[in-house]
Design a protein around this ligand. Structure first.
Ligand code: HEM
Length: 413
């Protein structure tokens, strides 16, 4: 049998294959070369070349409103959808003009000034956390560090009380599972429970902020107005839940995947350790090299030509962001190499593209840059104890556990 990087030569996109979940990149390569518009076992198409991904994401004649798709869903997914009916869909699942209206409102609260304010807080959070870690020798990089930073940042940015963090974290983890296409009936039940708890909690938090406004995102979202129309209470709840989940369940994987990539590439690790001028390109390159969000999806509302193939209106097309980010047709022959000095690294599609481009991109990059560079510079000898385990997610790709030995801390300058 022919092999390509040790895998079967038949191109396939099979998220039930454990090998695919651990390392999808050789599979993507085969798909890009031999079947760039591939029919998956779920019946939809997946595109893996940069130009096709870019074209689909930026095409205005596409939709994210899944109920337009007319797909027959399994019973447990229908149950999940029924439970979400009492709340409007988040902006991720809305097309213009409704999407435009809501996005405009929330964008006014995500200002560069607001993000700059979070830079100071993020630095403090990371410094404190690293001091606590210094007291242990061995840590789980994900649980003890990568998760905590974005979680505390988004929690504080919204202006929620610290005391509730553990509960909120549990509820949010049940909800994030709903993003994955292979969710199980048990996970659906957990998500329904977690969603109800979070809803109740956020409803109370909103009532509290209305009487005691603060200098925070929740207060700004309540106050925001455009042409005399603000966000309704159900819209506020949907928006806050999305910001909460999107705000940390993705960035944890930027920090986890990114640090792991650097450990596996010691020359790049040394560059980051010794040369602060690479900090900005580093964070984009880590996002490009092992994307925390591997796929997005759209339904085509018009016929489109992709890689010379005519694709018909009505098809659901997954855009493999992680594959586009490694396509040598776009990035050249070094596409598979980690290069923290890559000048055009910021052209990656890890934050999507077009109208749904990630609202939190600047915040995520700021958090990732501070967390990864400070970790490495504080613990320059850190090393992996056990091979990391993966979270087995198709969309939000990440390491589940990375046990590291921190080695001797560097002197803080
Ligand atoms: C490394 C971290 C992150 C990654 C890789 C990421 C990735 C993405 C991607 C790929 C999309 C577009 C999905 C699509 O086109 O269907 C998206 C949308 C979104 N992201 Fe992020 N994200 C990250 C962090 C954040 C943070 C920190 C926040 C907020 C606090 C956030 C909030 C959002 C929101 C609200 C949307 C929906 C935008 C819309 O539909 O108009 N994300 N993100």
């Amino acid at each position: 049998m022919d092999t390509n990087n040790g895998i079967d030569s038949k191109p396939s996109w099979n998220p039930f294959d454990p090998d695919f979940l651990i390392n999808p990149y050789p599979h993507y390569e085969l798909l890009r070369d031999k079947d760039p518009v591939h029919r998956t076992p779920f019946g939809n198409l997946v595109v893996t070349r940069f130009d096709d991904v870019f074209e689909v994401l930026r095409n205005p004649n596409t939709s994210v409103e899944r109920d337009r798709a007319g797909i027959e869903m399994p019973e447990h997914i229908k149950k999940l959808q029924e439970h979400s009916m009492d709340r409007p869909p988040s902006i991720l699942m809305l097309d213009p003009p409704e999407h435009t209206r809501l996005r405009k409102l929330v964008q006014r609260t995500f200002t560069p000034r607001g993000i700059e304010k979070m830079r100071h807080l993020t630095t403090e959070i990371v410094d404190d956390l690293l001091s606590q870690l210094a007291e242990k020798k061995e840590v789980d990089l994900i649980k003890d560090f990568a998760f905590v930073v974005p979680f505390v940042v988004i929690h504080s940015m919204l202006g929620l009380p610290d005391a509730d963090m553990l509960n909120v974290r549990e509820w949010s983890q049940t909800l994030v599972q709903t993003l994955e296409p292979n969710i199980t009936p048990e996970q659906v039940d957990e998500a329904i429970w977690g969603g109800a708890q979070l809803n109740e909690y956020l409803t109370e938090a909103l009532a509290w902020k209305r009487t005691e406004p603060g200098d925070d995102l929740l207060t700004d979202l309540i106050a925001v107005e455009e042409g005399g129309e603000g966000l309704t209470e159900p819209e506020l709840l949907s928006m806050i839940s999305l910001l909460f989940v999107a705000g940390h369940e993705t960035t944890v994987n930027l920090i986890g995947n990114g640090t792991h990539s650097l450990i596996n590439n010691p020359d790049q690790f040394q560059l980051v350790l010794n040369d602060p001028s690479v900090d900005e390109t580093m964070v984009d390159e880590l996002l490009r090299f092992d994307s925390p969000v591997q796929n997005s999806g759209r339904q085509l509302l018009e016929d489109v030509e992709l890689s010379g193939i005519q694709v018909q209106a009505g098809e659901i097309v997954l855009t493999a962001l992680g594959s586009a980010n490694r396509d040598p047709r776009f990035w050249g022959e070094t596409a598979h190499e980690l290069d923290v000095k890559r000048e055009d690294a910021s052209r990656h599609v890890s934050f999507g593209s077009g109208v749904h481009y990630c609202l939190g991109a600047a915040l995520a990059k700021m958090e990732g840059e501070i967390a990864v560079t400070k970790l490495i510079r504080r613990f320059p000898d850190l090393s992996i104890i056990d091979e990391p385990t993966f979270n087995s997610r198709i969309i939000l790709r990440g390491r589940e556990k990375i046990f590291i030995d921190l080695g001797s801390p560097a002197k803080i300058s």
